[in-house]
Write a protein that binds this ligand. Structure first.
Ligand code: AMP
Ligand code: TRP
Length: 344
C-alpha cells in the first residue's frame, strides 16, 4: 500500500442488518483495516431519503455502529462515525449536485427500483442519493470502496463525477497546487469474493434486503441460534444434490446462493465448498450451513447486544470518530470551495 490509499464505505441505518450486509460489506471492512487507513460511516443522511421514524433512527444508527465494532473493526485504530455529524458531506453533495447531470442520474437502476411505479412521489433526496454517496467518498479523497455488487453503478457514477469536476475546474485545480489537474482521485470499487450479492432465502432471484416483508427471507445480525437454524432449514431449494463443480450451479440460483453463503462464512471459494460437499443432499448441507452460520453470527449478535446496552459509550465513539473524520474532511472541503471560486 502507498500512503495515499484510503478506504471509505457506508451502511445505512435502516434496521434489519442482514447476512448480505455482513458478508458483502462488513467482513471486507474488517479485513481492510489491517492494511489501510479506513473510514466507516453510518450514512444517516442516506437513510432519510425514504421515511425513517425519528423515534427509531437513533437506535438504528447505534445498531450499525455496534455491528461494525462487534464484527471486529477497531474504533480506536480506524474511524467509525455517522454522516450527519460531519457537515462536509451535505456541503460537498450540493457542489456535486451541480456537477452531475440529470441524464446520469436518470440511468440509476436503484432509484428506479426504490421509487417503483410512483416516481413522482419519491423524495428528491432519493433521486440525488448517488451524488451524496459520491460526496462521502470524495470528501476524504478515498481511493478504495468496499461494497456489495448492488453499489457498482453508484461507484461508476462517483468516478464520472470526480472526473467531470477535475475537467470542469482544471484551471483553478492547477492554481490550487494540483499540478497534474487531479483534485478528486477516482475511487476504485472493491467487489470481490463469493458473496457480493447474497440472495433472499425465499427467492433466489431477489437479493437479500432489509425491506423484504418476509423475515424468513433474511438472516439478521441479531438473530439467535434457533432462528438462524430455522431460517436455513426452511430456505427454498431445488430437489437435486449439490454438484461437484461450480458450473453445475449455473441455473440453480438457490443452491448457488447457499453455497456462496457457506463459502463466504468459511472464508473459502465456492469450488472448495463443492469439493467437500458435492453430491450432498440439502438435508445434510443445510444443517452444516446452519451450524457454520450460528458459529460465525451468534458471537457477533451477543457482542452487539452488550454494546447496545451502553448507548452513551456508542455515542461517544461516534462523536470521537466524527471529530477525526472532520480533521480529514475540512481541508479538502476548504480547497473545494477555493477551486469552485467561493470566498472564505
Ligand atoms: P445498505 O444496507 O443498502 O446500506 O448496504 C450496506 C452494504 O451492504 C453495501 O455495501 C451493500 O452493497 C451491501 N449489501 C446490501 N445487501 C446486500 C446483499 N444482499 N448481498 C451483498 N451485499 C449487500
Ligand atoms: N449507498 C450505499 C448502500 O446503500 C451506502 C453508502 C453511502 C456508501 N455512502 C457510501 C457505500 C459511500 C460506499 C461509499 O449500500
Amino acid at each position: 500500500m502507498t500512503h495515499q490509499e484510503r478506504v471509505f464505505s457506508g451502511v445505512q441505518p435502516t434496521g434489519n442488518l442482514h447476512l448480505g450486509n455482513y458478508l458483502g460489506a462488513i467482513t471486507k471492512f474488517v479485513a481492510l483495516q489491517e492494511s489501510h487507513e479506513c473510514l466507516y460511516c453510518v450514512v444517516d443522511l442516506h437513510a432519510i431519503t425514504v421515511w425513517q421514524d425519528p423515534k427509531e433512527l437513533a437506535g438504528n444508527i447505534r445498531e450499525v455502529t455496534a455491528a461494525f465494532i462487534a464484527s471486529g473493526i477497531d474504533p480506536k485504530k480506524q474511524i467509525i462515525f455517522n454522516q450527519s455529524q460531519v457537515s462536509g458531506h451535505a456541503e460537498l453533495a450540493w457542489v456535486l449536485n451541480c456537477v452531475a447531470r440529470m441524464g446520469w442520474l436518470n440511468r440509476m437502476t436503484q432509484f428506479k427500483e426504490k421509487a417503483g411505479k410512483h416516481k413522482e412521489n419519491a423524495s428528491v433526496g432519493l433521486f440525488t442519493y448517488p451524488n451524496l454517496m459520491a460526496a462521502d467518498i470524495l470528501l476524504y479523497h478515498a481511493t478504495h470502496v468496499p461494497v456489495g455488487e448492488d453499489q457498482k453503478q453508484h461507484l461508476e457514477l462517483a468516478r464520472d463525477i470526480a472526473q467531470k469536476f477535475n475537467v470542469d475546474f482544471a484551471d483553478t485545480i492547477k492554481e490550487a497546487g494540483f499540478e497534474e489537474g487531479i483534485f478528486f482521485p477516482q475511487p476504485e470499487p472493491l467487489i470481490q469474493g463469493p458473496a457480493t450479492r447474497v440472495m433472499s432465502l425465499r427467492d433466489g432471484s431477489k437479493k437479500m434486503s432489509k425491506s423484504d416483508p418476509s423475515e424468513m427471507s433474511r438472516i439478521t445480525m441479531t438473530d439467535d441460534a434457533d432462528t438462524i437454524a430455522k431460517k436455513i432449514r426452511k430456505a427454498k431449494t431445488d430437489p437435486d444434490a449439490l454438484p461437484s463443480e461450480t458450473d453445475g450451479l449455473k441455473d440453480r440460483p438457490e443452491a448457488n446462493n447457499l453455497v456462496g453463503i457457506y463459502a463466504a462464512l468459511k472464508g473459502v471459494s465456492k469450488e472448495d465448498v463443492l469439493k467437500d460437499h458435492g453430491g450432498a443432499q440439502f438435508s445434510t448441507f443445510k444443517p452444516a450451513l446452519a451450524e457454520l452460520a450460528v458459529e460465525k453470527v451468534s458471537p457477533i449478535a451477543d457482542e452487539m447486544q452488550k454494546l447496545l446496552n451502553d448507548p452513551a459509550e456508542l455515542d461517544a465513539i461516534l462523536k470521537d470518530g466524527a471529530n477525526r473524520a472532520y480533521t480529514i474532511a475540512d481541508p479538502i472541503m476548504k480547497k473545494t470551495k477555493e477551486i469552485v471560486g467561493f470566498i472564505g
